[in-house]
Design a protein around this ligand. Structure first.
Ligand SMILES: Cc1cc2nc3c(=O)[nH]c(=O)nc-3n(C[C@H](O)[C@H](O)[C@H](O)COP(=O)(O)OP(=O)(O)OC[C@H]3O[C@@H](n4cnc5c(N)ncnc54)[C@H](O)[C@@H]3O)c2cc1C
Length: 395
């Protein structure tokens, strides 16, 4: 078909933040490489990237996720400089209010201490506070039931998700990547390798490498190559609320047992993980509106009495690309098809991971192994062995 290349060195399947980051890094590292990014919906109306709460933290329980975030915060903070291509996006508006994780038992407090020490060893600024210290910093919180809290007073907060995506896309294009609107409908293989990617409109594109960056549809795309991937869409309903008696623009992203909360331009954003969490259809964006009244509000009010009068002013539904094995990313090549690469299963923390994961995948594709960061803990081998690599700090 006219206008679409019929062969490429690399075909990236999915063009939201992961696919765009991968294309950006590939063309930055190897300007001559022919990279084709295929995206079925360039409005990104239903992509997790666009429906994200767009926050970054250093407080993870696994060293590799902390290392990924160390790179991510530097990239996000110094976006224009790190991108290296002037795409007209000066800043991602990072608001560095921190994350506050709460502990309700002695065991939980001990865990926060251990994790903070690990995170600090990577350069993070996590502090563990007593309930009194939490109260002193955030007097509007009730702390009577708490044993501790961990707070990152730098390198954590929220930023412009669509700016990050737009920046990766524009820079990748400027460096020579091609973006097309089309749908991947098949993957051709021969002799244990991917030979081409079949597109709904353009037909077969021969390629040397294919990258699965299909978000919640990553399982479908893997099946096109005859492979299983434990990634499924899980619905998250996010509420934007107005609470006139709780105006705290300096509030952190608070992670409590049954909900999370952060300020957003005079309002608040809050969400919970539904008790009966399970897969949904990739095109089911019907909100679970009852969750605010039934699950979130009571707990929110108990934590902060200023939330006595609350109005839901808006809501949206996004899907996690949920890795059912361990809610962690699945990265790198598949041993049965070594030129098919995965960047999938990020569950609720993919946006912040996109700078480091895109770089890692690009390096692996170009050199045959992990380079700047060893991401092997997140490789598909653990999935094939059924050995979870658990991340305890899941939001
Ligand atoms: C409510 C919510 C809150 C979140 N909060 C945070 C947060 O605070 N911090 C954080 O770091 N992360 C957060 N996340 C997670 C983060 O948004 C995702 O992990 C990240 O955006 C994943 O990016 P992606 O490119 O892999 O997937 P997506 O953004 O879903 O993009 C996948 C793309 O692939 C395309 N595609 C799929 N199949 C095909 C096909 N066959 N052919 C062509 N194109 C195809 C889709 O159209 C889509 O554009 C949140 C997610 C949600 C839903």
């Amino acid at each position: 078909m006219q206008g679409v290349m019929m062969q490429a060195d690399v075909v990236v399947m999915g063009g939201a933040v992961m696919g765009a980051s991968c294309a950006y890094w590939l063309t930055k590292m190897n300007p001559g490489l022919q990279v084709l990014v295929v995206e079925r919906d360039p409005s990104f109306a239903y992509a997790s990237t666009a429906l994200s709460v767009a926050s970054i933290r250093q407080q993870f329980s696994t060293a590799v996720n902390v290392a990924i975030s160390r790179f991510g915060i530097d990239f996000i903070r110094n976006f224009q400089e790190r991108l290296g291509v002037d795409v007209g996006i000066g800043s991602l508006g990072l608001k560095e209010n921190g994350y506050l994780f709460l502990a309700h038992s002695a065991e939980g407090a001990g865990l926060l201490e251990d994790l903070a020490a690990m995170q600090r060893s990577f350069g993070a600024a996590t502090e563990v506070w007593t309930p009194e210290q939490i109260k002193a910093r955030f007097p509007w919180l009730e702390v009577g039931d708490l044993t501790a809290g961990s707070f990152g007073n730098r390198d954590e907060g929220w930023f412009d998700n669509m700016g990050l995506l737009a920046g990766f896309r524009a820079a990748a294009k400027a460096q020579g990547a091609t973006f097309v609107t089309d749908e991947v409908v098949g993957i051709e293989t021969a002799s244990g390798k991917v030979t081409g990617v079949r597109l709904a409109k353009a037909g077969l594109v021969a390629c040397g490498v294919a990258v699965n960056a299909a978000g919640t549809r990553a399982g479908q795309v893997a099946r096109m190559a005859g492979l299983d991937l434990p990634v499924e869409p899980r619905k998250r309903t996010v509420f934007v609320i107005d609470a006139p008696n709780a105006r705290h623009p300096d509030a952190p992203l608070l992670v409590d047992t049954g909900f999370y909360l952060r300020p957003e331009q005079g309002h608040w954003i809050t969400a919970t993980v539904p008790q009966e969490d399970g897969p949904c259809a990739a095109d089911d964006f019907e909100p679970d509106l009852h969750l605010f009244e039934d699950v979130i509000w009571e707990q929110l009010y108990a934590r902060a009495p200023g939330f006595d009068a609350v109005k839901v002013v808006r809501h949206w539904v996004g899907h996690y690309a949920y890795n059912t094995l361990d809610q962690n990313a699945i990265l790198g090549p598949h041993p049965d098809l070594p030129n098919l690469f995965f960047m999938n299963g990020f569950s609720g923390h993919g946006l912040q991971q996109s700078p480091a994961v895109g770089r890692g995948l690009a390096e692996h594709i170009l050199t045959g192994g992990w380079q700047s960061l060893d991401l092997s803990d997140l490789s598909i081998d653990r999935v094939l062995k059924g050995q979870p690599f658990r991340e305890a700090a899941i939001v």
